[in-house]
Design a protein around this ligand. Structure first.
Ligand code: GLU
Length: 441
């Protein structure tokens, strides 16, 4: 059965970059009728925070990306220790004692000689007595996985066939000197034991994947199908990594972005399929195809989310926004006409507040000097309220009759006088909602 996972580290809020990973894995699982696991990669006790564990779940819930199971790596440390023991028994695990400064020096020397900075496996040559001496002097070492120096190949679901020479990669450290299990090991143990069949993640993980494939095989497992999506860049192609912190899902939510706008964009961005606003997740599942995604960096512009949000809101039935209308004080009997009037003139639901304030309190009129007399004459012709759907047509007909003005010269000054702005909703739809007309009360 298809099983995928989203495996965030709870060291911060999830942002658009993480969302891309989460969404692709979620869509694959849902499309196949499989299982989607939310896996919290919290083996780093220093950086992992409960606050973020909660926040990740809230953000996914906001989007409707439901999970079938939640797992926490911090509760599976015994599994990782068992896997480490097996690697040790197989002779695929060795302890190394170099300090970060020493490693850095080695790297610099290699680079100076024009060689790739790959760990030289000096620790492999240590005798048992030398290891004991180093351990006595420096404490526990780190544990490295001994790669087989062969080509590691896999058919990547997005990048196509990949082939990496293991000799060009350092033997990965899987356990730190303080005993902390690192992601590379924890992740393969989980992927294998949880039956994960498909892994989509960012292309910054390609080298990890190569080493993980060898570790999985060493432990007797079958590697999942891997796919690596391109990384997001800003609209001009600039690196987004530093700005991702400002693109947290909760910030977008606070700015009024609708979940379906975000999902509709992220489920198609970087693919050959057009970005179209969808009403619900099932529509996104139907058209999703991983093979339509390309390897080129994907441009992301946060501003694209606002027209999509506006578009989404325009098609919402009253029932879906009734709560919001009540919250901002629109009386129930006006809810429907108000929504129909306002929905094409908002970007986010917050904008409704502005339109309701206009209906309730009237606007600060905008009257050009040249129109002052005209507007005064027109307002004198405005019938007593309450207005109805025909008021605008009959009133403007009467004003035209009295003043001889027509077209834009007739309508624009009246719109500006009544709404304080040059554009906005249909006046015929707005009039019945106006509780107060400026200049007349
Ligand atoms: N915790 C890892 C990360 O956030 C997971 C990567 C993976 O999907 O394997 O980068």
């Amino acid at each position: 059965m298809t099983t995928t996972r989203f495996a965030p580290s709870p060291t911060g809020y999830i942002h658009v970059g993480n969302l891309r990973t989460a969404l692709m894995n979620w869509l694959i699982a849902r499309k196949a009728g499989g299982t989607f696991i939310l896996r919290i990669d919290d083996t780093d006790p220093e950086r992992s925070k409960e606050e973020y564990v909660d926040a990740i779940q809230q953000d996914l819930e906001w989007l409707g990306l439901t999970w079938d199971r939640i797992e926490r790596q911090s509760r599976r440390l015994d599994r990782y220790a068992a896997a480490a023991d097996r690697l040790r028994e197989m002779g695929r695990f060795y302890e190394a004692f170099e300090t970060p400064t020493e490693l850095d020096l080695k790297r610099k020397k290699q680079l100076n000689m024009g060689r790739p900075p790959v760990y030289d496996r000096a620790a492999l040559a240590l005798s048992a007595a030398e290891r004991d001496a180093l351990r006595a002097e420096r404490g526990q070492g780190v544990w490295r996985f001994k790669l087989d120096h062969e080509r590691i190949e896999w058919p990547d679901g997005i990048l196509g066939p990949i082939s990496i020479d293991a000799a060009s990669v350092s033997d990965p450290v899987l356990i730190k000197a303080d005993g902390q299990v690192l992601y590379t090991l924890a992740s393969v143990v989980d992927d294998t034991e949880m039956g994960v069949t498909d892994v989509v993640r960012g292309s910054d993980h390609v080298t990890n994947t190569a080493t993980q494939i060898q570790i999985i095989r060493a432990l007797g497992g079958t590697p999942p199908a891997f796919a690596h999506h391109s990384l997001l860049t800003g609209p001009q192609g600039e690196a987004l990594s530093k700005r991702l912190g400002t693109l947290a899902l909760r910030d977008l939510r606070a700015r009024g972005v609708q979940p379906m706008a975000l999902l509709s964009l992220m489920a198609r961005l970087g693919s050959s399929d057009p970005v179209e606003i969808r009403s619900d997740l099932s529509e996104l599942i139907d058209g999703f195809d991983l093979s339509h995604f390309g390897s080129a960096p994907t441009k992301f512009d946060v501003e694209d989310l606002f027209p999509l949000t506006a578009h989404y809101l325009q098609t919402r039935p009253l029932a879906e926004v009734a709560g919001k209308l009540a919250e901002i004080g629109v009386p129930q009997d006006l809810a429907e006409p108000f929504w129909l009037m306002a929905r094409d003139n908002i970007t986010t639901l917050e904008d409704l507040k502005r339109w309701w304030a206009l209906c309730r309190d009237g606007a600060e009129p905008m009257i050009d000097e040249a129109d002052r007399a005209f507007v005064a004459e027109a307002l004198a012709l405005l019938p007593e309220g309450p207005f109805d759907a025909g008021t605008w047509a009959s009133w403007t007909a009467a004003v035209r009759e009295a003043t001889g003005r027509k077209g834009k010269a007739l309508f624009m000054p009246l719109r500006k006088a009544l709404t304080g702005q040059e554009s906005g909703p249909e006046m015929a739809a707005l009039m019945p909602l106006l509780q107060r007309v400026p200049g007349r009360v």
